[in-house]
Design a protein around this ligand. Sequence first.
Ligand SMILES: O=P(O)(O)OC[C@H]1O[C@H](O[C@H]2O[C@H](CO)[C@@H](O)[C@H](O)[C@H]2O)[C@H](O)[C@@H](O)[C@@H]1O
Length: 240
Amino acid sequence: MTELPFSPSRMALLLDFDGTLVDIAPTPDSVVVPAGLVDDLLCLKKRLGGALAIITGRPIAQIDHFLPGIPHAVAGEHGVALRRAPDVAAVHASLPEIHAAWLEEADETAARYPGVHVERKRAGLVLHYRGAPGAEQALREMTSRWGVERYGFGVQEAKMALELRPDGVDKGQAVRRVMEEMPFRGRLPVFVGDDVTDMDGVLAARELGGAGWLIPDDFPDAASFREWLHKLAEDKRWNV
Ligand SMILES: O=P(O)(O)OC[C@H]1O[C@H](O[C@H]2O[C@H](CO)[C@@H](O)[C@H](O)[C@H]2O)[C@H](O)[C@@H](O)[C@@H]1O
């Protein structure tokens, strides 16, 4: 088991969703949340005095759908949106909007390549090609034609997807903002993710004195990480 460098009683858990808590699935909608995971997360949240957050690329509403009532805080769309507690409204960064012409061309391209899925976000867009790997090149050419960098966006590599993401948001700043307030403040963040977008969260958690871990470097896969969470929930050191 990956060892915590401090007592679990002092930590806050800040977790990525896809590829970390749930296995990667053919489409964003088809991920499956194992029943045991829900029980373990609820147990850990209680032991942590609530200090359990999800830091995800997905919109917050999707986390509410898959993990209803579980995390205390959720940072969605890589930190574009932050809801600090279940009973407060999410705050959204003021960011440039995706151009209508980009959305139109993305939809046209998706129609030409069955299996491509266009996911719209509040301040971004994901072009998924897991269902049509042969479309990758066409999607890359399309986004480079758009020259999104001139409009305050970057093209982020994702798992079988290209994501248009506004500049200035990343999971590192999401981790720092979540840790500012109770019940997270004063604890050491443990951030776990699996993707290039998670590296900012890993580094921020380490800089804050906590731990930052990445799948597959620190855990072979999401199933192993879920097993680690299960053992953590049963750890005897909670009161140390
Ligand atoms: O930050 P995360 O919580 O890991 O979210 C990252 C992106 O996850 C989703 O896409 C990825 O997972 C899908 C389901 O397993 C998979 O079909 C897809 O190929 C992956 O790229 C989600 O759709 C995105 O919005 C998130 O940014």
